[in-house]
Design a protein. Structure first.
Length: 305
């Protein structure tokens, strides 16, 4: 059993980066009530209550980013000069907190060692948030990488799924590929506009090789449907139809992302079906082997470029 800490002890360990990473799961986990990945304190982790304005999710992300950047700086002297540089921006399919979830795509690429990875993805970010913050523009200017990987749109759709506005209530007469509501279709239009906005901004880096994708097919029933299945269940959708319905939405998402990359230098990478042979961690995320297979697909695409 982990030692219980006061809030100040925990905050100091995070701020000074003395918290052993293997101990993180003793104090935080993903919030089962949040429709998108967000870390919260475990119920019995602290002796006292944290202040209401303390965002443990953001603080853990900040600590992990600093640790990663410090490690990269130490390794820079010994880095193989032939390694191509990659900046990854996006969400949980590129970056998940170490030891709390399986390594995601960009995490695996970094571990595999074929490329030098700068991963600025944040597991809970939406496309809207990424475009608003524009951290990628600053990092690209600093790092001058050969490659830019982008993963976004899933959390935007997830929020609409959670509030019940993007998917119709079950109707046995409705075709399975027509379950997106008008609001859901409008969200796809906004995602396409967002990708086009980002790709237009990246014209400032004419030599940059850009790869975008639209996720693989989720599995709504895994782990009870924490992120997807529970919201489809509220719409009265039978278990055996959840997979086909969410697959049709992923197909539509891939279509708009692919369309956004047309007439640009960006490459659309179709990752649908890549994780089919492997188990999933939950209904939104592949497990280790699935994420590794996706990482290899990205590495192969970058090598071709």
């Amino acid at each position: 059993m982990a030692k219980r800490l006061t809030f100040n002890e925990f905050r100091t360990a995070i701020d000074q980066r003395t918290m052993p990473l293997e101990k993180l799961p003793d104090y935080v986990d993903f919030d089962p009530q949040s429709p998108i990945p967000k870390l919260v304190f475990r119920a019995d982790a602290l002796i006292d209550q944290p202040p209401p304005d303390y965002d443990v999710d953001a603080e853990i992300y900040r600590m992990l980013r600093i640790i990663s950047e410090e490690r990269d700086a130490r390794l820079e002297t010994f880095a193989f000069v032939g390694q191509k540089r990659v900046v990854a921006e996006g969400d949980s399919w590129f970056n998940l907190p170490v030891l709390i979830r399986p390594p995601a795509i960009a995490d695996w690429i970094e571990r595999n060692g074929r490329f030098r990875m700068r991963n600025i993805a944040y597991w809970g970010h939406t496309l809207e948030r990424i475009l608003r913050d524009q951290e990628y523009m600053k990092v690209l200017a600093q790092e001058k990488p050969e490659y830019f990987m982008f993963s976004a749109g899933g959390n935007d759709l997830q929020l609409g799924l959670a509030n019940g506005s993007y998917v119709y209530t079950y109707d046995p007469a409705r075709p399975l590929d027509q379950y997106l509501t008008k609001e859901g279709e409008a969200a796809l239009v906004q995602i396409e506009k967002g990708y086009k906005t980002l790709l237009a901004e990246l014209l400032q880096f004419p030599a940059l090789k850009i790869i975008c994708y639209g996720y693989d097919y989720p599995r709504p029933l895994v782990k009870g449907g924490t992120y997807i299945g529970q919201y489809l269940r509220k719409k009265g959708i039978p278990n055996h139809l959840m997979g086909p319905i969410i697959a049709s939405i992923i197909d539509k998402l891939n279509e708009v992302i692919k369309r956004a990359t047309q007439s640009t230098t960006a490459q659309y990478l179709d990752c649908r079906g890549v994780t089919e042979p492997y188990t999933w961690y939950d209904d939104m995320h592949p497990d280790r082997d699935g994420f590794l297979a996706l990482a290899v697909k990205f590495e192969e695409a970058m090598s071709r470029l």
